[in-house]
Ligand binder design. Structure first.
Ligand code: 13P
Length: 258
């Protein structure tokens, strides 16, 4: 992490977990634990749509921010089952995860729709976290950098330098998600540094230096400190470990101390 240059962000991605009472209970437990992160590390919980209003109300007055897990790119209309950016901001949501590999794998998300969602989120004042990362066989065949560069270029197509500074990139190797297999700290650093170099080519070095790049994929209380010690790893997007207040807090504390 390079906190003097860019914001460190620890975000939970709760995925399809927690009812409203459970969400309230978990956030009430997290709030006091991470209060010391204020002004040092941004703490976010990205929760299912049904929990958003409860979550925003529960964290009011604390340093915990709330994000959604997806957003549609149109403002309104005949898109059954979808949620617009304005619907999210109206509740008080500030962040949104876009292009998570689970959406790419199971719900037909493409780089084109990731790009549209990212632009719609930015236009509405939401801060997008755009997820990129390679499949296991892409890593094994040696095309990790090609895959990531393609995703970055397409996902951020037509996004201005000013807007990309409001965008978080999450490097999430698909083979490390929910598998217990973490990328080594060196692998995470290599990929995050490559993403920054790609941003520098697309924009300029100062812009690339300003973008927060997270690592995600089986980050947990035991491995967070080592991952976060790397210069280009500016935080984490955490699945399973974000559902346990104590584990999530250990990761936040590692970021505060990193
Ligand atoms: P896990 O931390 O459960 O591997 O999930 C990572 C992830 O997908 C965060 O978006």
């Amino acid at each position: 992490m390079k906190k003097s240059v860019r914001k460190a962000i620890i975000a939970g991605n709760w995925k399809m977990n927690k009812t409203r009472p459970e969400a309230k209970e978990l956030l009430e437990a997290i709030k006091p634990l991470v209060a010391n992160a204020e002004g040092n590390v941004e703490v976010i919980a990205c929760v299912p749509y049904t929990n958003l209003e409860t979550a925003v109300n529960t964290v009011a007055g604390s340093n915990v921010k709330i994000g959604a897990e997806n957003v549609h790119f149109e403002k309104s209309g005949a898109f059954t089952g979808e949620i617009s950016a304005d619907m999210l901001t109206e509740i008080g949501v500030e962040y949104v995860v876009i292009g998570h590999s689970e959406r790419r794998q199971y719900f037909g998300e493409t780089d084109e729709t990731v790009n549209k969602r990212t632009k719609a989120a930015l236009a509405a004042g939401l801060k997008p976290t755009v997820c990129v990362g390679e499949l296991l066989w892409e890593r094994e065949t040696g095309i990790t950098e090609e895959v990531i560069a393609r995703q970055i270029k397409l996902d951020l197509y037509d996004v201005s330098a000013e807007d990309v500074k409001k965008t978080v990139i999450a490097y999430e190797p698909v083979w490390a998600i929910g598998t217990g297999k973490t990328a080594t700290a060196d692998q995470a650093e290599e990929a995050c540094a490559f993403i920054r170099a790609t941003l520098a080519k697309l924009y300029d070095d100062a812009t690339a230096q300003a973008v927060t790049i997270q690592y995600g994929g089986s980050m947990n209380a035991a491995n967070a400190a080592e991952l976060l010690s790397k210069e280009n790893v500016d935080g984490g997007l955490i699945g399973g470990a974000s559902l346990k207040a104590a584990d999530f807090n250990t990761i936040v504390q590692a970021a505060i101390n990193g």
